[in-house]
Design a protein around this ligand. Structure first.
Ligand SMILES: C[S@@+](CC[C@H](N)C(=O)[O-])C[C@H]1O[C@@H](n2cnc3c(N)ncnc32)[C@H](O)[C@@H]1O
Length: 216
């Protein structure tokens, strides 16, 4: 099953040997690729809507891996139970949709809870702030270009330590470790000018943005 660079990076971050959930699976390519890999005892593909889930079913049947796949219709993590999976992938939905799913399932912060693999479609900075503010540590924050757009493929685990991020930490995360960082960070920097327009002069936030705009 061919995956784009974004979903291929997400697949690399799933914990092998444990069941995995692909929430918002839509076309089902990631669900099928994870199942075909043989690395997971079970892959649970979920979606809010029946149409995408039917697409996923066709993909899984074509890939002939239905023996390892369960498809579930429902909202966010409501179709999963605590301790059921080692990894939850949430890819291709807005940052806000992702954190609302997580807020509705407090068991994601249980000791030894699942690894979260997240590819927000928007507002990467706000998702990083949400994760840090809710006790999740980023174990990977990889910039990936796919179909002419930049994404951040994040893996997060709960350690219970809530952190506040600076603007630079929220905007760029840990992407600086990767060779692709300059392309991703240039795209993220473009957001600063717009952010500055909505920030009153003389405030600490304005000073932080001005420093980043000057490249400090
Ligand atoms: C743009 S597709 C992303 C598909 C795939 N994960 C990817 O990244 O290529 C988003 C999918 O998420 C589903 N979705 C949106 N909100 C959801 C929710 N609250 N719970 C489950 N699925 C949801 C949509 O129905 C849609 O199929």
């Amino acid at each position: 099953m061919a995956l784009d660079a974004r979903l291929a990076a997400a697949a690399e971050l799933c914990r092998p040997g444990l069941p995995v959930a692909d929430v918002g699976c839509d076309h089902g390519k990631l669900t099928a690729a994870l199942a075909c890999s043989g690395l997971y005892p079970r892959v649970i593909g979920t979606d809010l809507r029946p149409g995408p889930l039917a697409k996923a079913r066709r993909t899984v049947e074509q890939a002939q891996c239905q023996d390892r796949v369960q498809l579930r219709l429902g909202d966010g993590l409501s179709v999963l139970s605590a301790g059921e999976v080692g990894t939850i992938v949430i890819a291709g939905v807005s940052a806000q949709t992702a954190w609302q799913m997580l807020e509705a399932a407090p068991w994601v912060s249980d000791p030894g809870g699942p690894r979260l693999v997240l590819i927000p479609a928007t507002r990467h900075d706000e998702l990083r702030r949400w994760l840090a503010g809710h006790g999740f540590r980023l174990v990977c924050d990889r910039p990936v270009e796919a179909a002419g757009r930049w994404y951040a493929v994040m893996a997060a685990e709960y350690d219970g330590t809530c952190r506040q991020l600076t603007l630079a930490q929220a905007l760029y995360g840990d992407t600086g470790r990767w060779p692709e960082a300059s392309g991703y960070q240039a795209k993220q920097r473009e957001k600063l000018a717009k952010l500055r327009l909505g920030t009153p002069d003389g405030t600490p936030a304005a000073r932080e943005i001005d420093q980043l705009l000057k490249g400090e």
